[in-house]
Design a protein around this ligand. Structure first.
Ligand code: ARG
Length: 583
Protein backbone atom coordinates (compact mmCIF):
# COMPACT_ATOMS: atom_id res chain seq x y z
CA UNK A 1 0.00 0.00 0.00
CA UNK A 2 1.19 3.48 -0.71
CA UNK A 3 2.41 5.30 2.38
CA UNK A 4 0.24 8.23 3.43
CA UNK A 5 3.04 10.73 2.91
CA UNK A 6 3.62 9.46 -0.61
CA UNK A 7 -0.08 9.47 -1.30
CA UNK A 8 -0.68 13.06 -0.25
CA UNK A 9 2.61 14.15 -1.80
CA UNK A 10 1.51 12.82 -5.14
CA UNK A 11 -1.85 14.57 -4.80
CA UNK A 12 0.03 17.75 -3.92
CA UNK A 13 2.36 17.30 -6.91
CA UNK A 14 -0.66 17.05 -9.22
CA UNK A 15 -2.09 20.22 -7.68
CA UNK A 16 1.18 22.08 -8.33
CA UNK A 17 1.08 20.88 -11.90
CA UNK A 18 -2.56 21.80 -12.38
CA UNK A 19 -1.78 25.28 -11.09
CA UNK A 20 1.01 25.58 -13.65
CA UNK A 21 4.05 24.77 -11.52
CA UNK A 22 6.49 21.94 -11.52
CA UNK A 23 5.25 18.79 -9.79
CA UNK A 24 8.55 18.32 -7.96
CA UNK A 25 7.58 21.08 -5.52
CA UNK A 26 4.76 18.95 -4.14
CA UNK A 27 6.64 17.08 -1.40
CA UNK A 28 4.61 16.93 1.82
CA UNK A 29 6.12 16.39 5.28
CA UNK A 30 4.76 15.55 8.69
CA UNK A 31 4.16 18.89 10.37
CA UNK A 32 6.59 20.04 13.02
CA UNK A 33 3.79 22.19 14.43
CA UNK A 34 1.16 19.60 15.35
CA UNK A 35 -0.78 22.36 17.08
CA UNK A 36 -1.42 23.94 13.69
CA UNK A 37 -1.70 21.06 11.28
CA UNK A 38 -0.87 17.40 10.67
CA UNK A 39 1.03 17.74 7.41
CA UNK A 40 2.74 20.56 5.66
CA UNK A 41 4.11 21.43 2.23
CA UNK A 42 6.79 24.08 1.82
CA UNK A 43 7.13 23.71 -1.94
CA UNK A 44 5.67 27.12 -2.76
CA UNK A 45 8.61 28.83 -1.07
CA UNK A 46 11.08 27.05 -3.33
CA UNK A 47 8.87 27.46 -6.38
CA UNK A 48 8.68 31.22 -5.79
CA UNK A 49 12.40 31.56 -6.52
CA UNK A 50 12.08 29.71 -9.81
CA UNK A 51 8.87 31.41 -10.96
CA UNK A 52 9.82 34.79 -9.53
CA UNK A 53 6.59 35.57 -7.77
CA UNK A 54 5.25 35.69 -4.22
CA UNK A 55 5.16 32.27 -2.51
CA UNK A 56 1.74 32.92 -0.98
CA UNK A 57 0.31 33.49 -4.45
CA UNK A 58 1.58 30.04 -5.52
CA UNK A 59 0.38 28.40 -2.31
CA UNK A 60 -3.11 29.81 -2.81
CA UNK A 61 -3.27 28.71 -6.44
CA UNK A 62 -2.18 25.18 -5.44
CA UNK A 63 -4.65 24.96 -2.57
CA UNK A 64 -7.45 25.80 -5.02
CA UNK A 65 -6.54 22.67 -6.98
CA UNK A 66 -6.64 20.24 -4.03
CA UNK A 67 -9.59 17.93 -3.51
CA UNK A 68 -11.42 19.38 -0.50
CA UNK A 69 -12.81 15.94 0.41
CA UNK A 70 -9.36 14.78 1.44
CA UNK A 71 -8.79 17.43 4.09
CA UNK A 72 -10.52 18.88 7.08
CA UNK A 73 -8.13 21.79 6.89
CA UNK A 74 -6.22 23.05 3.90
CA UNK A 75 -4.86 26.55 3.96
CA UNK A 76 -2.17 28.71 2.50
CA UNK A 77 -0.49 30.73 5.23
CA UNK A 78 2.16 33.41 5.11
CA UNK A 79 4.76 33.47 3.79
CA UNK A 80 3.71 30.51 1.62
CA UNK A 81 3.21 27.33 3.63
CA UNK A 82 0.42 24.92 2.85
CA UNK A 83 -1.01 23.45 6.06
CA UNK A 84 -3.08 20.28 5.97
CA UNK A 85 -5.25 18.18 8.21
CA UNK A 86 -6.64 14.99 6.77
CA UNK A 87 -10.37 14.55 6.58
CA UNK A 88 -12.15 11.84 8.52
CA UNK A 89 -13.26 10.41 5.23
CA UNK A 90 -9.71 10.11 3.90
CA UNK A 91 -8.49 8.44 7.10
CA UNK A 92 -11.43 6.08 7.20
CA UNK A 93 -10.73 4.93 3.65
CA UNK A 94 -7.04 4.54 4.30
CA UNK A 95 -7.46 2.54 7.51
CA UNK A 96 -10.15 0.39 6.00
CA UNK A 97 -7.65 -0.58 3.30
CA UNK A 98 -4.99 -1.28 5.92
CA UNK A 99 -7.41 -3.42 7.91
CA UNK A 100 -8.23 -5.59 4.93
CA UNK A 101 -4.74 -5.87 3.46
CA UNK A 102 -2.15 -8.55 4.10
CA UNK A 103 0.38 -7.26 6.68
CA UNK A 104 -1.62 -4.02 6.91
CA UNK A 105 -0.53 -3.10 3.40
CA UNK A 106 3.19 -3.24 4.20
CA UNK A 107 5.42 -3.07 1.15
CA UNK A 108 7.20 -6.46 1.05
CA UNK A 109 10.53 -5.05 -0.03
CA UNK A 110 12.41 -8.22 0.84
CA UNK A 111 10.57 -10.57 -1.49
CA UNK A 112 13.03 -12.80 -3.32
CA UNK A 113 15.96 -11.73 -1.16
CA UNK A 114 17.90 -13.65 1.45
CA UNK A 115 19.52 -12.35 4.59
CA UNK A 116 21.70 -14.22 7.07
CA UNK A 117 21.49 -12.85 10.59
CA UNK A 118 24.51 -13.92 12.63
CA UNK A 119 23.54 -13.50 16.26
CA UNK A 120 23.71 -15.17 19.61
CA UNK A 121 27.35 -16.15 19.16
CA UNK A 122 27.73 -18.07 22.41
CA UNK A 123 30.94 -19.90 23.17
CA UNK A 124 30.55 -23.58 23.70
CA UNK A 125 31.38 -24.86 27.20
CA UNK A 126 30.99 -21.45 28.76
CA UNK A 127 27.71 -20.59 30.43
CA UNK A 128 25.65 -17.87 28.80
CA UNK A 129 26.08 -14.66 30.70
CA UNK A 130 24.37 -11.31 30.47
CA UNK A 131 26.81 -10.22 27.75
CA UNK A 132 24.92 -12.59 25.46
CA UNK A 133 21.53 -11.09 26.13
CA UNK A 134 21.64 -8.16 23.73
CA UNK A 135 22.85 -10.13 20.74
CA UNK A 136 20.06 -12.64 21.28
CA UNK A 137 17.29 -10.10 21.80
CA UNK A 138 18.25 -7.56 19.15
CA UNK A 139 19.20 -10.26 16.64
CA UNK A 140 15.95 -12.13 17.07
CA UNK A 141 13.96 -8.94 16.64
CA UNK A 142 15.77 -7.84 13.49
CA UNK A 143 15.48 -11.31 12.04
CA UNK A 144 11.73 -11.28 12.60
CA UNK A 145 11.55 -7.83 11.04
CA UNK A 146 13.40 -8.99 7.91
CA UNK A 147 11.10 -11.96 7.68
CA UNK A 148 8.02 -9.76 7.97
CA UNK A 149 9.26 -7.72 5.01
CA UNK A 150 9.37 -10.89 2.94
CA UNK A 151 13.07 -11.74 3.15
CA UNK A 152 14.11 -15.34 3.33
CA UNK A 153 15.91 -15.25 6.67
CA UNK A 154 18.49 -17.57 8.16
CA UNK A 155 19.39 -16.94 11.76
CA UNK A 156 22.75 -18.54 12.41
CA UNK A 157 24.01 -18.86 15.97
CA UNK A 158 27.68 -19.11 14.91
CA UNK A 159 28.89 -21.07 17.91
CA UNK A 160 32.35 -20.31 19.23
CA UNK A 161 33.46 -23.92 19.13
CA UNK A 162 36.89 -23.94 17.56
CA UNK A 163 39.19 -21.75 19.54
CA UNK A 164 41.49 -21.98 22.49
CA UNK A 165 38.66 -22.70 24.93
CA UNK A 166 38.38 -26.15 23.39
CA UNK A 167 42.10 -26.76 23.79
CA UNK A 168 41.94 -25.56 27.39
CA UNK A 169 39.22 -28.04 28.25
CA UNK A 170 41.06 -30.88 26.54
CA UNK A 171 44.31 -30.05 28.35
CA UNK A 172 42.57 -29.75 31.72
CA UNK A 173 40.71 -33.01 31.21
CA UNK A 174 43.95 -34.70 30.36
CA UNK A 175 45.50 -33.59 33.65
CA UNK A 176 42.49 -34.85 35.58
CA UNK A 177 41.86 -38.12 33.79
CA UNK A 178 45.00 -39.03 31.81
CA UNK A 179 43.86 -42.62 31.42
CA UNK A 180 40.86 -41.83 29.26
CA UNK A 181 41.19 -43.47 25.84
CA UNK A 182 40.94 -40.06 24.10
CA UNK A 183 44.51 -39.32 25.16
CA UNK A 184 46.03 -42.60 24.05
CA UNK A 185 47.45 -42.03 20.55
CA UNK A 186 47.52 -45.78 19.93
CA UNK A 187 43.91 -46.32 20.85
CA UNK A 188 41.93 -47.56 17.87
CA UNK A 189 38.74 -48.91 19.39
CA UNK A 190 35.50 -47.09 19.69
CA UNK A 191 35.35 -44.08 22.00
CA UNK A 192 32.67 -44.15 24.70
CA UNK A 193 29.28 -42.79 23.70
CA UNK A 194 28.83 -41.13 27.06
CA UNK A 195 30.62 -37.83 27.74
CA UNK A 196 33.21 -37.94 30.54
CA UNK A 197 31.55 -34.86 32.14
CA UNK A 198 28.16 -33.24 32.77
CA UNK A 199 27.22 -29.69 31.86
CA UNK A 200 27.94 -28.46 35.38
CA UNK A 201 31.32 -30.17 35.42
CA UNK A 202 32.08 -28.66 32.04
CA UNK A 203 31.19 -25.24 33.33
CA UNK A 204 33.66 -25.73 36.16
CA UNK A 205 36.44 -27.21 33.99
CA UNK A 206 36.60 -24.27 31.63
CA UNK A 207 37.12 -21.41 34.14
CA UNK A 208 39.61 -23.51 36.09
CA UNK A 209 41.64 -24.15 32.95
CA UNK A 210 41.35 -20.57 31.87
CA UNK A 211 42.72 -19.33 35.20
CA UNK A 212 45.50 -21.92 35.12
CA UNK A 213 46.60 -20.78 31.68
CA UNK A 214 47.43 -17.36 33.07
CA UNK A 215 49.71 -18.66 35.81
CA UNK A 216 51.15 -21.79 34.30
CA UNK A 217 53.07 -21.27 31.07
CA UNK A 218 53.59 -24.99 30.53
CA UNK A 219 49.86 -25.59 30.81
CA UNK A 220 49.14 -22.75 28.40
CA UNK A 221 51.50 -24.37 25.93
CA UNK A 222 49.66 -27.68 26.28
CA UNK A 223 46.34 -25.97 25.66
CA UNK A 224 47.68 -24.31 22.50
CA UNK A 225 49.03 -27.61 21.26
CA UNK A 226 45.73 -29.33 22.00
CA UNK A 227 43.88 -26.59 20.05
CA UNK A 228 46.18 -27.03 17.11
CA UNK A 229 45.93 -30.81 17.18
CA UNK A 230 42.16 -30.63 17.44
CA UNK A 231 42.07 -28.39 14.38
CA UNK A 232 44.41 -30.80 12.60
CA UNK A 233 41.97 -33.62 13.28
CA UNK A 234 43.52 -35.75 16.06
CA UNK A 235 40.79 -38.42 16.52
CA UNK A 236 40.70 -38.54 20.34
CA UNK A 237 40.44 -34.77 20.54
CA UNK A 238 37.71 -34.66 17.94
CA UNK A 239 35.83 -37.19 20.04
CA UNK A 240 36.14 -35.05 23.19
CA UNK A 241 35.14 -32.05 21.14
CA UNK A 242 32.00 -33.87 20.03
CA UNK A 243 31.14 -34.62 23.66
CA UNK A 244 31.62 -30.98 24.62
CA UNK A 245 29.36 -29.97 21.73
CA UNK A 246 26.58 -32.40 22.60
CA UNK A 247 26.49 -31.49 26.26
CA UNK A 248 26.83 -27.79 25.67
CA UNK A 249 24.47 -27.36 22.73
CA UNK A 250 21.63 -29.12 24.56
CA UNK A 251 22.05 -26.65 27.38
CA UNK A 252 22.24 -23.66 25.02
CA UNK A 253 19.06 -24.73 23.23
CA UNK A 254 17.23 -24.86 26.52
CA UNK A 255 18.42 -21.37 27.45
CA UNK A 256 17.56 -19.76 24.12
CA UNK A 257 14.17 -21.50 24.01
CA UNK A 258 13.50 -19.99 27.36
CA UNK A 259 14.07 -16.56 25.84
CA UNK A 260 11.91 -17.41 22.82
CA UNK A 261 14.96 -17.00 20.61
CA UNK A 262 15.25 -19.57 17.83
CA UNK A 263 17.95 -20.22 15.27
CA UNK A 264 17.43 -21.77 11.85
CA UNK A 265 21.06 -22.79 11.71
CA UNK A 266 23.29 -24.13 14.48
CA UNK A 267 26.59 -23.95 12.67
CA UNK A 268 29.76 -22.82 14.34
CA UNK A 269 33.33 -21.79 13.76
CA UNK A 270 34.29 -25.45 13.42
CA UNK A 271 32.00 -25.85 10.42
CA UNK A 272 34.07 -23.27 8.60
CA UNK A 273 37.21 -25.34 9.01
CA UNK A 274 36.90 -27.41 5.81
CA UNK A 275 36.75 -24.18 3.78
CA UNK A 276 39.95 -22.73 5.18
CA UNK A 277 42.69 -24.46 3.10
CA UNK A 278 41.17 -23.59 -0.28
CA UNK A 279 40.38 -20.07 0.88
CA UNK A 280 43.95 -19.44 2.04
CA UNK A 281 45.35 -20.98 -1.15
CA UNK A 282 43.17 -18.67 -3.23
CA UNK A 283 44.23 -15.61 -1.24
CA UNK A 284 47.86 -16.60 -1.77
CA UNK A 285 47.27 -17.05 -5.47
CA UNK A 286 45.79 -13.60 -5.67
CA UNK A 287 48.89 -12.25 -3.93
CA UNK A 288 46.87 -10.81 -1.06
CA UNK A 289 48.83 -12.34 1.81
CA UNK A 290 52.12 -11.27 3.31
CA UNK A 291 54.24 -12.82 6.01
CA UNK A 292 54.58 -10.98 9.26
CA UNK A 293 56.51 -12.45 12.20
CA UNK A 294 55.79 -15.94 10.98
CA UNK A 295 52.08 -15.31 10.54
CA UNK A 296 50.19 -14.88 7.28
CA UNK A 297 48.28 -11.61 7.18
CA UNK A 298 46.25 -9.58 4.68
CA UNK A 299 46.87 -5.83 4.72
CA UNK A 300 43.51 -4.08 4.61
CA UNK A 301 44.39 -0.46 5.41
CA UNK A 302 42.97 2.18 3.06
CA UNK A 303 44.27 5.65 2.26
CA UNK A 304 41.17 7.28 3.60
CA UNK A 305 41.47 5.62 7.05
CA UNK A 306 41.40 8.06 9.91
CA UNK A 307 42.48 5.41 12.41
CA UNK A 308 45.00 2.68 11.91
CA UNK A 309 43.43 -0.49 10.55
CA UNK A 310 45.92 -3.31 11.18
CA UNK A 311 46.29 -6.22 8.77
CA UNK A 312 43.88 -9.10 9.14
CA UNK A 313 45.70 -12.11 10.64
CA UNK A 314 44.70 -15.34 8.91
CA UNK A 315 47.21 -18.01 9.82
CA UNK A 316 49.12 -17.73 13.08
CA UNK A 317 52.81 -18.61 13.26
CA UNK A 318 51.95 -22.02 14.74
CA UNK A 319 49.66 -22.74 11.79
CA UNK A 320 46.43 -22.34 13.77
CA UNK A 321 43.51 -20.39 12.42
CA UNK A 322 41.87 -17.64 14.42
CA UNK A 323 38.64 -15.69 14.73
CA UNK A 324 39.06 -13.75 11.47
CA UNK A 325 39.96 -16.93 9.57
CA UNK A 326 36.83 -18.75 10.64
CA UNK A 327 34.69 -15.68 10.02
CA UNK A 328 35.96 -15.40 6.45
CA UNK A 329 35.66 -19.13 5.81
CA UNK A 330 32.12 -18.96 7.18
CA UNK A 331 31.37 -16.34 4.55
CA UNK A 332 32.63 -18.73 1.89
CA UNK A 333 30.24 -21.37 3.23
CA UNK A 334 27.31 -18.94 3.47
CA UNK A 335 27.80 -17.63 -0.05
CA UNK A 336 27.91 -21.20 -1.34
CA UNK A 337 24.95 -22.54 0.61
CA UNK A 338 22.63 -19.57 1.11
CA UNK A 339 23.50 -17.00 -1.61
CA UNK A 340 22.61 -14.16 0.75
CA UNK A 341 21.96 -10.61 -0.42
CA UNK A 342 23.02 -9.49 3.00
CA UNK A 343 24.80 -10.77 6.10
CA UNK A 344 24.08 -8.95 9.33
CA UNK A 345 26.29 -9.55 12.38
CA UNK A 346 25.37 -8.67 15.93
CA UNK A 347 28.01 -8.39 18.59
CA UNK A 348 29.25 -6.05 21.23
CA UNK A 349 30.56 -2.85 19.62
CA UNK A 350 34.06 -3.64 20.86
CA UNK A 351 34.30 -6.03 17.90
CA UNK A 352 33.85 -3.20 15.38
CA UNK A 353 37.48 -3.27 14.22
CA UNK A 354 37.42 -7.05 13.79
CA UNK A 355 34.45 -6.78 11.45
CA UNK A 356 35.93 -3.84 9.58
CA UNK A 357 39.03 -5.96 8.88
CA UNK A 358 37.03 -9.05 7.99
CA UNK A 359 34.67 -7.16 5.66
CA UNK A 360 37.56 -5.55 3.84
CA UNK A 361 39.35 -8.88 3.52
CA UNK A 362 36.15 -10.46 2.19
CA UNK A 363 35.79 -7.77 -0.46
CA UNK A 364 39.45 -7.78 -1.46
CA UNK A 365 39.51 -11.52 -1.91
CA UNK A 366 36.15 -11.62 -3.67
CA UNK A 367 34.58 -13.97 -1.12
CA UNK A 368 31.40 -11.91 -1.25
CA UNK A 369 29.93 -10.36 -4.36
CA UNK A 370 30.25 -6.58 -4.62
CA UNK A 371 26.48 -6.28 -4.24
CA UNK A 372 26.32 -8.45 -1.12
CA UNK A 373 25.70 -6.17 1.79
CA UNK A 374 27.70 -6.71 4.98
CA UNK A 375 26.64 -5.01 8.17
CA UNK A 376 27.95 -5.21 11.68
CA UNK A 377 25.60 -3.88 14.33
CA UNK A 378 27.77 -3.28 17.38
CA UNK A 379 25.69 -2.79 20.46
CA UNK A 380 26.46 -1.01 23.70
CA UNK A 381 26.93 -2.40 27.17
CA UNK A 382 24.23 -3.28 29.64
CA UNK A 383 25.03 -1.41 32.84
CA UNK A 384 23.74 -1.71 36.37
CA UNK A 385 21.91 1.10 38.17
CA UNK A 386 25.35 2.34 39.29
CA UNK A 387 26.16 3.05 35.63
CA UNK A 388 28.91 0.41 35.53
CA UNK A 389 28.77 -2.88 33.59
CA UNK A 390 26.14 -5.07 35.20
CA UNK A 391 27.54 -7.44 37.84
CA UNK A 392 26.27 -9.86 40.44
CA UNK A 393 26.17 -8.69 44.04
CA UNK A 394 29.63 -10.09 44.68
CA UNK A 395 31.03 -8.47 41.56
CA UNK A 396 31.01 -11.55 39.32
CA UNK A 397 29.63 -11.96 35.84
CA UNK A 398 25.94 -12.70 36.03
CA UNK A 399 24.58 -15.72 34.26
CA UNK A 400 21.82 -15.10 31.80
CA UNK A 401 19.70 -17.72 33.52
CA UNK A 402 20.07 -15.80 36.75
CA UNK A 403 19.00 -12.54 35.19
CA UNK A 404 15.93 -14.13 33.63
CA UNK A 405 14.97 -15.82 36.86
CA UNK A 406 15.44 -12.61 38.89
CA UNK A 407 13.11 -10.82 36.52
CA UNK A 408 10.63 -13.70 36.53
CA UNK A 409 10.55 -13.87 40.33
CA UNK A 410 10.04 -10.15 40.61
CA UNK A 411 7.16 -10.20 38.13
CA UNK A 412 5.64 -13.31 39.73
CA UNK A 413 5.42 -11.64 43.11
CA UNK A 414 3.49 -8.76 41.52
CA UNK A 415 1.18 -11.11 39.67
CA UNK A 416 0.45 -13.07 42.84
CA UNK A 417 0.14 -10.03 45.08
CA UNK A 418 -2.32 -8.25 42.78
CA UNK A 419 -4.26 -11.46 42.16
CA UNK A 420 -4.07 -10.80 38.45
CA UNK A 421 -4.98 -14.29 37.29
CA UNK A 422 -6.15 -17.63 38.67
CA UNK A 423 -3.49 -19.74 40.31
CA UNK A 424 -3.07 -22.12 37.40
CA UNK A 425 -2.34 -19.22 35.04
CA UNK A 426 0.24 -17.48 37.21
CA UNK A 427 3.27 -19.08 35.57
CA UNK A 428 2.27 -18.40 31.99
CA UNK A 429 1.20 -14.83 32.64
CA UNK A 430 4.34 -14.19 34.67
CA UNK A 431 6.54 -15.51 31.90
CA UNK A 432 4.91 -13.30 29.27
CA UNK A 433 5.20 -10.17 31.39
CA UNK A 434 8.79 -10.94 32.36
CA UNK A 435 9.79 -11.41 28.72
CA UNK A 436 8.13 -8.15 27.77
CA UNK A 437 9.88 -6.34 30.61
CA UNK A 438 13.28 -7.75 29.74
CA UNK A 439 13.09 -7.40 25.97
CA UNK A 440 11.34 -4.06 25.77
CA UNK A 441 13.72 -2.71 28.42
CA UNK A 442 16.58 -3.56 26.11
CA UNK A 443 15.05 -2.92 22.70
CA UNK A 444 13.62 0.49 23.55
CA UNK A 445 17.20 1.80 23.62
CA UNK A 446 19.16 2.63 20.51
CA UNK A 447 21.21 -0.57 20.02
CA UNK A 448 24.57 1.19 19.81
CA UNK A 449 24.10 2.97 23.14
CA UNK A 450 24.83 1.61 26.61
CA UNK A 451 21.78 1.29 28.81
CA UNK A 452 20.93 0.75 32.45
CA UNK A 453 19.25 -2.47 33.41
CA UNK A 454 16.68 -1.49 36.01
CA UNK A 455 14.44 -4.34 37.06
CA UNK A 456 11.92 -2.12 38.88
CA UNK A 457 11.54 0.28 36.04
CA UNK A 458 11.43 -2.35 33.28
CA UNK A 459 8.74 -4.35 35.08
CA UNK A 460 6.50 -1.37 35.93
CA UNK A 461 2.99 -1.49 34.51
CA UNK A 462 3.06 2.25 33.79
CA UNK A 463 5.47 4.33 31.76
CA UNK A 464 7.48 3.41 28.69
CA UNK A 465 7.72 -0.31 29.46
CA UNK A 466 6.88 -3.67 27.97
CA UNK A 467 4.27 -4.45 30.63
CA UNK A 468 2.50 -1.15 29.87
CA UNK A 469 2.20 -2.17 26.22
CA UNK A 470 0.87 -5.59 27.27
CA UNK A 471 -1.56 -3.92 29.63
CA UNK A 472 -2.96 -1.85 26.78
CA UNK A 473 -3.40 -4.91 24.60
CA UNK A 474 -5.09 -6.79 27.44
CA UNK A 475 -7.43 -3.84 27.97
CA UNK A 476 -8.46 -3.96 24.30
CA UNK A 477 -8.80 -7.74 24.39
CA UNK A 478 -11.21 -7.52 27.27
CA UNK A 479 -13.42 -4.97 25.49
CA UNK A 480 -13.41 -7.07 22.34
CA UNK A 481 -14.31 -10.19 24.30
CA UNK A 482 -17.29 -8.41 25.81
CA UNK A 483 -18.42 -7.14 22.42
CA UNK A 484 -18.26 -10.48 20.60
CA UNK A 485 -17.27 -11.08 16.98
CA UNK A 486 -15.48 -7.96 15.76
CA UNK A 487 -13.09 -9.04 13.00
CA UNK A 488 -15.53 -8.20 10.20
CA UNK A 489 -16.39 -4.69 11.46
CA UNK A 490 -15.45 -1.79 9.23
CA UNK A 491 -13.51 1.29 10.21
CA UNK A 492 -15.61 4.45 10.40
CA UNK A 493 -14.79 8.13 10.29
CA UNK A 494 -13.29 9.41 13.56
CA UNK A 495 -15.93 10.53 16.04
CA UNK A 496 -13.65 12.72 18.12
CA UNK A 497 -10.17 14.13 18.44
CA UNK A 498 -8.70 11.13 20.25
CA UNK A 499 -10.14 8.75 17.65
CA UNK A 500 -8.45 10.79 14.96
CA UNK A 501 -5.12 10.78 16.79
CA UNK A 502 -5.39 7.04 17.13
CA UNK A 503 -6.11 6.68 13.42
CA UNK A 504 -3.17 8.89 12.49
CA UNK A 505 -0.91 6.81 14.71
CA UNK A 506 -2.08 3.62 13.04
CA UNK A 507 -1.15 4.99 9.59
CA UNK A 508 2.48 5.25 10.76
CA UNK A 509 2.85 1.47 11.05
CA UNK A 510 4.44 0.85 7.64
CA UNK A 511 6.81 3.84 7.58
CA UNK A 512 7.96 3.05 11.13
CA UNK A 513 8.78 -0.54 10.30
CA UNK A 514 10.62 0.51 7.17
CA UNK A 515 12.66 2.97 9.20
CA UNK A 516 13.45 0.31 11.79
CA UNK A 517 14.59 -2.09 9.09
CA UNK A 518 16.74 0.45 7.27
CA UNK A 519 18.51 1.62 10.43
CA UNK A 520 18.56 -1.74 12.25
CA UNK A 521 16.66 -0.03 15.03
CA UNK A 522 13.97 -1.98 16.91
CA UNK A 523 13.87 1.01 19.28
CA UNK A 524 11.83 2.82 16.61
CA UNK A 525 9.18 0.11 16.88
CA UNK A 526 9.16 0.52 20.66
CA UNK A 527 8.74 4.28 20.40
CA UNK A 528 5.94 3.74 17.90
CA UNK A 529 3.94 1.31 20.01
CA UNK A 530 4.41 3.50 23.06
CA UNK A 531 2.77 6.32 21.12
CA UNK A 532 0.10 4.01 19.72
CA UNK A 533 -0.69 2.58 23.16
CA UNK A 534 -0.96 6.14 24.51
CA UNK A 535 -3.46 6.97 21.76
CA UNK A 536 -5.49 3.85 22.55
CA UNK A 537 -5.64 4.72 26.24
CA UNK A 538 -6.59 8.33 25.57
CA UNK A 539 -9.34 7.18 23.24
CA UNK A 540 -10.50 4.67 25.85
CA UNK A 541 -10.73 7.35 28.54
CA UNK A 542 -12.49 9.88 26.32
CA UNK A 543 -14.99 7.57 24.65
CA UNK A 544 -17.79 5.42 25.93
CA UNK A 545 -17.04 2.44 23.78
CA UNK A 546 -19.31 -0.39 24.90
CA UNK A 547 -21.68 2.12 26.52
CA UNK A 548 -22.37 3.84 23.20
CA UNK A 549 -26.06 3.54 22.33
CA UNK A 550 -25.80 3.96 18.59
CA UNK A 551 -24.95 0.43 17.45
CA UNK A 552 -23.28 1.60 14.29
CA UNK A 553 -21.01 4.03 16.10
CA UNK A 554 -20.18 1.40 18.67
CA UNK A 555 -19.18 -1.01 15.93
CA UNK A 556 -16.88 1.65 14.49
CA UNK A 557 -15.16 2.15 17.85
CA UNK A 558 -14.69 -1.56 18.27
CA UNK A 559 -13.31 -1.91 14.74
CA UNK A 560 -10.81 0.83 15.49
CA UNK A 561 -9.46 -0.64 18.72
CA UNK A 562 -9.50 -4.07 17.09
CA UNK A 563 -7.19 -2.78 14.39
CA UNK A 564 -4.99 -1.12 17.01
CA UNK A 565 -4.76 -4.42 18.87
CA UNK A 566 -3.74 -6.33 15.77
CA UNK A 567 -1.03 -3.79 15.05
CA UNK A 568 0.25 -3.75 18.62
CA UNK A 569 0.37 -7.53 18.66
CA UNK A 570 2.19 -7.63 15.35
CA UNK A 571 4.75 -5.15 16.66
CA UNK A 572 5.43 -7.01 19.90
CA UNK A 573 5.81 -10.20 17.93
CA UNK A 574 8.53 -8.41 15.96
CA UNK A 575 10.14 -7.48 19.26
CA UNK A 576 9.99 -11.11 20.38
CA UNK A 577 7.26 -11.28 23.01
CA UNK A 578 3.51 -11.74 23.29
CA UNK A 579 0.57 -10.61 25.41
CA UNK A 580 -1.40 -12.62 27.96
CA UNK A 581 -5.22 -12.55 28.03
CA UNK A 582 -5.44 -11.05 31.48
CA UNK A 583 -3.22 -8.78 33.42
N1 ARG B 1 31.61 -16.04 19.82
C1 ARG B 1 31.87 -14.66 19.60
C2 ARG B 1 32.13 -13.95 20.93
O1 ARG B 1 31.76 -14.45 21.97
C3 ARG B 1 30.76 -13.95 18.88
C4 ARG B 1 30.51 -14.46 17.50
C5 ARG B 1 29.86 -13.43 16.63
N2 ARG B 1 29.76 -13.81 15.25
C6 ARG B 1 30.75 -13.86 14.37
N3 ARG B 1 30.52 -14.29 13.15
N4 ARG B 1 31.97 -13.46 14.69
O2 ARG B 1 32.67 -12.88 20.92
Amino acid sequence: MEKILDLISSKMASAFEAAGYDASFGRVNVSNRPDLCEYQCNGALAAAKQYKCAPIQIAKAVVAQLDADDYSLVEAVMPGFINLKLSGHFLQQYLEQMRAADAFGLDKIGAGKTVVVDYGGPNVAKPLHIGHLRSAIIGESLKRLYKYFGYHTIGDIHLGDWGLQMGLIIAELRERQPDLPYFDPDFNGEYPAEAPFTISELEEIYPTASAKKKEDAAFAEKAHTATFELQQGRPGYRAIWQHIMNVSVADLKKNYDNLDVHFESWLGESDADPYIPAMIADMKKQGLLVESEGALVMPVAEDSDKKEVPPCILVKSDGASIYATTDLATMVQRMQDFHPDKILYLTDKRQALHFEQVFRAARKSGIVKPETELEHLGFGTMNGTDGKPFKTRDGGVMRLEQLVSDMTNFVRSKVVENKIVAEDEVEETTKKIAMAALKYGDLSNQPTKDYIFDLDRFAAFEGNTGPYILYTIVRIKSILAKYGAWEHLEIQEPANESAKDLMLSITKFGPTLEGALKSSAPNLICAYIYDLAGCVNKFYHQTRILGEEDAQKKAGYVALIGLAKRILEQCIDLLGFSAPDKM
